[in-house]
Design a protein around this ligand. Structure first.
Ligand SMILES: [Zn+2]
Length: 170
């Protein structure tokens, strides 16, 4: 940094602000070199806040972009709403899986087949069934409900999952 003699205006270069008054080598004038103004704590705080807000906005933008990408890759989702039981004429009780397929995109999509998989204890595959929901086309944002009775008895079924049949190719 620089300091200037108030009297003769000679300019001196210094590494740091001295703790004692300095004396001009040219005219003998002495003066106290002022400390540079400190950054206001408020300014530091506001700068930090701005950086934080920018980071949040960026994170939200990234999340929104991920969501858009995710919807584009999987416009349709199948979800289970309710699982009840029904006992048939053969006295065997089976699960009834109710749910819906939702079109999350802004385009019309054809509805693929649905696959309901039943797992037993320890995640062992018990059964895998394919069926077609009632709607063949789904408008943007629309949903179609489905209800399907499993062919296997409830005994031995621990977990039920539903998925959309992969139509192969993108
Ligand atoms: Zn001087």
């Amino acid at each position: 940094m620089k300091t200037i003699c108030d009297f003769c205006k000679t300019e001196y270069s210094i590494d740091a602000v001295p703790n004692m008054p300095v004396r001009c080598a040219v005219c003998g004038h002495t003066w106290v070199v002022p400390h540079p103004p400190r950054r206001s704590p408020w300014l530091v705080f506001i700068a930090a806040l701005c950086a934080l807000l920018a980071a949040i906005v960026f994170a939200v933008a990234v999340i929104a972009q991920n969501k858009i990408t995710e919807i584009r890759e999987n416009p349709l989702v199948a979800e289970i709403g309710e699982i009840t039981t029904i006992t048939g004429d053969d006295d065997i009780t089976r699960f009834v899986v109710d749910g819906r397929v939702v079109n999350r995109s802004d385009q019309i999509y054809g509805v693929p087949g649905l696959i309901i998989t039943s797992y037993g204890r320890d995640g062992i595959l018990v059964d895998r069934q394919r069926f077609m929901p009632s709607a063949t086309l789904l408008d943007a944002g629309a949903a179609v409900e489905f209800s399907h009775v499993l062919s296997v008895p409830i005994a031995g079924v621990d977990k039920i999952a539903v998925e959309l049949e992969q139509t192969g190719g993108q």
